[in-house]
Ligand binder design. Structure first.
Ligand code: AMP
Length: 414
């Protein structure tokens, strides 16, 4: 199946080809025709599946055919939970609509509001926004929603997790009832269905077995270690295997800062991103990471949500997430868009309950691998029956590219 069979116009097909996409992803195959039919859509899809293009392409096609926006009017509104995701979605909108007459922009908190008010003055076809700043702009009468045609809620589950429910409800009341609404979420939880009620009208449901296909391409390894050894193990793994572009997850902001500092002093360039960092600092860190100026980005779950980097090769869980579903989100950062990835978790004895919960959600037990020289002294974090002791590792590229046979096969958590 090709993009041209999905009903997209030539300008969009050209933009897609320029992005280097050859075949539509599963979510794109299902969502693009659904959105083009002007029906409401509820889609279960995680980051890394190509979900952004699956709503952006058909949405801009619809907008390209309609009436231009008047002063302060917004024709399509995309709400996202984080600034990073907002910036990345806006970049996608710009890229995909480059051959069309579409005016788009992005607004989020943490930066001056004045320039955002100016950008809205002439009206926009697409506005990508985080909920808090959008409400501020509305309260300052900078936006007119009377001609809104499309509302997109991206990563709706995250928006609920982050407490945006009231803002979303408030925003919904400001929008015309007659509109197209698209809701994207990692899962269709009870809370998501409750949010959709009254917001979405007779939707087409689109669901792709993301966790499955993602997990198939990602080698997931558990290294049992003592808590006190985690930092040394991480330094060892990065140096020994020459890892680059490593995204490391830390449970706390404080932990992220400390680890980034410690890596730096061990000679591994690192930066931390989390909610307490200014927008400028986050953007700089992400830029440097993309360019390869820093090798390691240490992030908290929320800050990492919006990071979109092609083929991120290594993800490390320095701490296991408290919520099992976050594990799926985290490893979804690697192995995206057809590339292989390696997801490594450093697990100490106090995290075994979390590990079991994650394995229940994923539906299988991970391979455990003790690293020679870093055997856990704590007996209870010794490997379980299926665990093999490995010689010192030299995995480098070879391991990352290892065939699917070696990788444990995940099952969808839906
Ligand atoms: P998303 O799930 O929207 O965050 O997209 C994940 C990544 O996949 C992005 O870097 C996109 O540029 C890329 N991507 C989206 N659609 C395709 C496609 N059809 N073929 C290859 N890469 C794609």
């Amino acid at each position: 199946m090709s993009f041209s069979s999905l009903g997209l116009c030539d300008e969009l097909l050209k933009a897609v080809a320029e992005q280097g996409y050859e075949t539509p992803s599963a979510i794109q195959l299902e969502a693009i025709p659904a959105v083009l039919s002007h029906r409401d859509v509820m889609a279960a899809a995680q980051t890394g599946t190509g979900k952004t293009a699956s709503f952006t392409l058909p949405m801009v096609q619809r907008l390209a055919n309609g009436k231009r926006p008047g002063a302060r009017q917004v024709r399509a509104l995309v709400l996202t939970p984080t600034r990073e995701l907002a910036a990345q979605v806006a970049e996608s909108v710009q890229n995909y609509s480059r051959h069309l007459n579409i005016r788009s922009s992005v607004v989020f908190g943490g930066v001056k509001i004045g320039p955002q008010i100016s950008k809205l003055r002439g009206g926009l076809d697409v506005l990508v926004a985080t909920p808090g700043r959008l409400m501020d702009l509305y309260n300052q009468r900078a936006i007119d929603f009377d001609h809104l045609e499309v509302l997109v809620l991206d990563e709706a589950d995250r928006m609920l997790d982050m407490g945006f429910i009231h803002d979303i409800r408030r925003i919904q009341k400001l929008l015309p009832a007659k509109r197209q609404t698209l809701m994207f979420s990692a899962t269709f939880s009870k809370e998501i269905k409750a949010l959709a009620k009254g917001m979405i009208n007779n939707p087409i449901f689109v669901e792709v077995a993301v966790a499955n296909s993602t997990a198939d391409r990602i080698k997931q390894v558990i290294h049992p270690v003592d808590k006190s050894q985690k930092r040394e193990v991480l330094v060892h793994l990065i140096k020994e295997n020459n890892w680059h572009q490593v995204l490391v997850f830390s449970r706390t902001k404080h932990g992220a800062n400390r680890l980034a500092r410690q890596l730096d002093s061990a000679g591994i360039q690192a930066a931390a991103i989390h909610g307490d960092k200014s927008q400028g600092a986050r953007t700089r860190a992400l830029d440097n990471f993309k360019k390869g100026n820093i090798l390691v980005l240490v992030a908290t779950d929320i800050a990492a949500r919006g990071i979109d980097i092609d083929q991120l090769p290594y993800v490390v869980n320095f701490d296991l997430p408290q919520v099992p579903e976050d594990y799926v989100h985290r490893i979804g950062r690697t192995g995206r868009a057809g590339a292989d990835g390696l997801a490594v978790s450093l697990v100490s004895i106090d995290e075994y309950k979390q590990l079991k919960a994650i394995e229940r959600v994923i539906g299988h037990q991970f391979e455990r691998e003790i690293i020679a020289g870093f055997e856990p002294k704590d007996k209870a974090s010794a490997p379980s029956a299926e665990t093999a002791k490995r010689p010192p590792r030299r995995q480098g590229q070879g391991q990352r590219r290892s065939s699917g046979n070696a990788a444990p096969r995940g099952r969808s958590s839906h």
